[in-house]
Design a protein. Sequence first.
Length: 112
Amino acid sequence: MKNIFEKIIDREIPSDIVYEDDISIAFYDINPQAPTHILIIPKKRITRPELIDKIDEEVVGHLFTVARIIANKLNISKGYRLVMNNGEDAGQSVFHIHLHFLAGRKLSWPPG
Ligand code: DGP
């Protein structure tokens, strides 16, 4: 069965897509935590960060390249935060890995 992000990839659920290529897709988060909150995901199904395999290194590394492309595209010059939650205590709620791209306000540290 497809997970929610696979349905977004397959256009079965609408989303506001910012970027797409053969390996990845990026779209605005439905519940934004910053003025700009985008999810960058691989098209390959990897359920949790801790299950990223050696053969996935290129795919996962590519997500960071996409973050740079998006920052350039949206003229984000004052910084952005990239976050990937793993498991329940970290707040992972969708089990298809995704890099949160957060920008547009001063982000506090440590995170909550
Ligand atoms: P996490 O809690 O780290 O697993 O992040 C999951 C994020 O996915 C959360 O910020 C909300 C977002 N999200 C969940 N369902 C949808 C959806 O159907 N569309 C979009 N655009 N975002 C979604």
